[in-house]
Design a protein around this ligand. Structure first.
Ligand code: NAP
Length: 338
């Protein structure tokens, strides 16, 4: 395995911002990860895994440490019966290619998570979610390489401490590298997600009982209309998570802003829609190379890759400040900042 020096991190982030990494390697096997750990220990430096780069932002300073592009591959059917199949997927597999694979293989359960950029290994970190499905609904276990001990561990779904766009991995960035994810996927036809855009899509087509493949196609089409293509306009997808607060606190905000959209969650909590809050709080896009995406204010874009990390930080502070001032709600950045 090759360890490279002074590698530009920009091209490993879909936001196209980032400085230079002192060391960089591609990990294709567990043996590679062990070798990288030995190298890092010998130099007393940290290890930073990189997947598809859609949920990470690198600051544009010099990064000490070794950055590891996770290239572990393989999809294996471990078990199946008439109702479901258990599928083990290596962390470096592309998420959307895996979703397409499940549908080709007669499985359902993650079709609503179609067209989400990134790798399978990154999916549990922020517990990716869309149209009412969270990846944690389908995960049985996650295998991790412990960066402190160099050992592999299998973590059950409960041990992953999944929450809304959250997990133990997100709370402990730098502790583990995810190497495999095991999913349990049903064979039955899925229902239509109870989200307005999807309901409208099938309503227009008078389709009451679509297949998983038809739902996947619908999601791909809907997302393409609302999100910029990461291959042409640098971005990180949704940039802020929807704020979730107690019903009691939310009551005061709803009273003050009767038009505010909100959704009731379990445990007496209320979720507000970050995209709407930003749209209301920001009347004019500030002068900055980082701009809010015209069709969806939840997305920050870096047209032409011209923005710096500093410009992005300023933009984040402007947006968070404006939302806090108007609604007294705190927005959290979704991608990890390194
Ligand atoms: P949308 O359908 O216009 O809905 C706006 C917001 O309201 C979403 O944030 C969604 O919360 C919430 N919402 C809408 N209908 C809901 C329902 N029936 N029950 C509970 N919550 C509901 O949102 P959108 O921007 O077009 O996104 C559609 C879906 O794709 C959302 O689930 C969104 O999270 C997901 N998405 C994720 C990313 C990403 O990068 N992580 C990017 C784009 C879209 P939730 O976000 O909690 O679902």
């Amino acid at each position: 395995m090759l360890i490279r020096k002074n590698v530009d991190l920009k091209k490993y982030s879909t936001m196209k911002i980032g400085g230079v990494a002192d060391f960089f390697a591609e990990a294709k096997s567990i043996a590679d990860l062990r070798e990288i750990k030995e190298f890092a220990d010998s130099k007393n430096i940290s290890i930073f895994p990189i997947g598809g780069g859609s949920n990470v932002i690198f600051s544009d300073e010099n990064h000490s440490g070794i950055f590891v592009h996770i290239q572990l591959r393989g999809i294996i059917k471990m078990y199946e019966n008439a109702e479901f199949a258990n599928i083990e997927v290596a962390a470096g597999e592309d998420w959307d290619e895996f979703v397409a694979w499940t549908i080709k293989n007669g499985l359902s359960g993650i079709e609503s998570l179609s067209a989400i950029p990134g790798t399978v290994g990154a999916s549990p970190i922020q517990n990716i979610g869309a149209y009412g499905t969270e990846v944690s609904d389908r995960i049985i276990s996650v295998e991790v390489f412990d960066l402190q001990t160099g050992e592999l561990h299998e973590m059950s779904n409960a041990q992953c401490e999944f929450g809304y766009r959250d997990s133990i991995f997100k709370k402990n960035i730098g502790k583990f590298i995810i190497t495999k994810v095991v999913f349990q996927l049903p064979k039955k036809k899925p229902g239509i997600p109870q989200y307005k855009d999807v309901q409208i899509y099938f309503g227009i087509r008078k389709q009451k009982n679509p297949t998983a493949e038809e739902i996947r196609n619908a999601i791909i089409e809907i997302r393409a209309g609302k999100l910029p293509d990461i291959n042409t306009v640098p971005n990180n997808g949704s940039f802020f998570t929807n704020p979730v607060i107690s019903k009691k606190e939310a009551g005061l905000i709803i009273e003050k802003f009767p038009n505010i959209p909100f959704f009731e969650l379990d445990n007496d909590q209320i979720k507000f829609y970050a995209g709407w809050l930003i749209e209301q709080a920001i009347t004019e896009d500030f002068k900055n190379p980082i701009v809010l995406y015209e069709k969806n204010k939840l997305v920050l874009t870096n047209p032409g890759g011209k923005g710096s990390f500093k410009a992005l930080q300023e933009k984040i502070e402007d947006i968070k400040g404006a939302v806090k001032e108007k609604f007294d709600l705190t927005l959290e950045v979704e991608p990890n900042i390194i």
